[in-house]
Design a protein around this ligand. Structure first.
Ligand code: DQQ
Length: 478
């Protein structure tokens, strides 16, 4: 699709208040997992699971965009799409990109079968600065599912890195036996990205605790520890993102602690290291509205603002939006530090906001923000910290004929004695990314029906405001 058509498509959505303005999403249609993140000649390349033909999942291809700064993106042509009568005839599923001694190389899951049930691993290379990709004649490079898994349908999402002269691959799957199923990450190695040797499971989940299937693994070193991130299907048929911190030795991962990366709608994240030595994470912010609404909208799926990852002294995963995001801040609003005894309406409106706030919560205090999306009380999102329960919650009010129902996303969030509560909230159309103290993340989606602006109220019962900054945010597409 020529560049002009892509920008015309984006223009077509100008009046869609649910569509984010400063988060990346394709010109139109469906997007899910981030894929193939790589910095090449100084440019950041973001590939993504994409249906070029519609706003629902299907025709899995790799969309492509490029950025100098991780925030402003230029759309590029689709990089990979299914080739009839080939190992990927039913889809090019998720994967990664590496620098093979000067040749950019994608490693991805090639899918065959009416139910996407034949999953193998393939590679593709580019000789024109990542613009076009040639699938390798040896594909698939991994075709056999290890028999010990007890199933053959779930075997995907290669994550590849190099140690010395050897390539390693973490691959996600499921071990099925008569009693139960557990998620597993498998470990492979190769000298040339084409011939792969299966070593052993890198890590198996605990039955009943870590889910029945894992997807999209990431393994990397952070300080002197190793981090393994997996996207997990849980027994409850929900899905979540887990992280494990520990040691990686003798080809096995030895977890020492674990956590939940996000308690809301962020899924299938992919990380990569950039030239500044940062470990950056993008995650798919999935929609929480029905398919029919996504079809009506003509688009679905958003990428998170990239987050810089690190570990704190207690081995908790810290996530901070990339600092360059601050370049989009426009009108600034602040109020002075003060003890708070009542709610305070703030003089900010609009659906594109970046909020940073710090509170000293009292023992039984509630503090946070309420976003009103209409003049009635029925379209509202509350982001609150309850210091009695040590819980962070995102409470969404859904208007109904007879009043308002709510749904709540919540997470335990323990503050050390005298540790202030820090909230960072990125509101962008239907996206609300909330992270408390850089470590407890609840990403949520909300689709107001009746207004194009949010009135924001500071909620305060027994807490002291230490700082508050709110910025309106510019669009990345204008
Ligand atoms: N999405 C891809 C799979 C992956 C899943 C298919 C995770 O490769 O396991 O679109 O969202």
């Amino acid at each position: 699709m020529p560049e002009q058509m892509r920008s015309t498509l984006r223009h077509h959505f100008t009046h869609d208040r649910h569509r984010p303005r400063y988060h990346f999403l394709p010109p139109s249609n469906w997007m899910n997992d981030p894929n193939g993140l790589i910095q090449w000649n100084g440019m950041y390349h973001l590939f993504y699971q994409h249906n070029p033909y519609g706003p629902l999942w299907g025709n899995m291809s790799w969309g492509h965009a490029v950025s100098e700064d991780l925030i402003h993106w230029q759309d590029l042509p689709v990089a990979l799409s299914p080739t009839p009568n080939s190992p990927d005839e039913s889809g090019c599923f998720s994967g990664c990109a590496v620098d093979d001694d000067g040749t950019p190389t994608i490693i991805y899951t090639a899918v065959r079968g009416d139910h996407h049930e034949i999953q193998t691993q393939s590679i593709a290379v580019s000789y024109d600065n990542l613009m076009t990709w040639q699938k390798h004649p040896s594909n698939p490079v991994i075709a056999e599912v290890p028999p010990e898994l007890g199933q053959t349908r779930d075997f995907r999402d290669p994550f590849v890195w190099k140690e010395g002269h050897t390539w390693y691959m973490a691959l996600a799957s499921r071990i099925q036996n008569a009693q139960n199923a557990v998620g597993v990450v498998l470990l492979y190695r190769s000298a040339n990205l084409i011939d792969w040797e299966y070593l052993n499971p890198l890590l198996e989940g605990e039955p009943g605790k870590h889910g029945v299937l894992w997807e999209c693994p990431n393994l990397f070193k952070s300080g002197d520890k190793w981090l393994l991130i997996v996207s997990a299907y849980l027994e409850s048929s929900k899905s979540t993102v887990l992280y494990f911190v520990g040691e990686y030795k003798d080809f096995r991962f030895h977890p020492e602690s674990s956590g939940v990366l996000d308690y809301g709608d962020l899924y299938a994240p992919l990380t990569f290291a950039d030239g500044q030595g940062r470990r950056l994470l993008f995650g798919w912010l999935r929609e929480s509205r029905p398919d029919a609404d996504q079809e009506r909208a003509g688009w679905s799926g958003v990428q998170s603002i990239p987050r810089v990852l690190s570990l704190d002294a207690q081995q908790r995963l810290l996530m901070k939006p990339v600092p360059v995001l601050e370049a989009l801040r426009t009108r600034h609003y602040t109020i002075h530090a003060r003890p708070l005894t009542e709610n305070i309406p703030l003089d900010v409106r609009g659906l594109q906001l970046d909020i940073e706030a710090q509170f000293a919560p009292g023992k039984a205090g509630i503090c946070g923000f309420s976003f009103a999306f209409s003049d009635s009380d029925h379209e509202q999102v509350d982001i609150l910290y309850d210091s009695n329960r040590q819980h962070l919650m995102v409470r969404k009010w859904h208007p109904e004929a007879t009043g308002a129902a709510t749904s709540t996303l919540e997470a335990e969030h323990h503050l050390a004695p005298d540790e202030p509560l820090h909230l960072r909230i990125l509101l962008d159309g239907s996206v609300i990314e909330t992270v408390a103290n850089d470590r407890t993340s609840i990403t949520s989606r909300y689709y107001p029906t009746s207004s194009d602006s949010a009135g924001v109220t500071l909620i305060a019962q027994d807490c002291t405001l230490e700082s508050l900054d709110v910025w309106e945010m510019a669009s990345i597409w204008s």
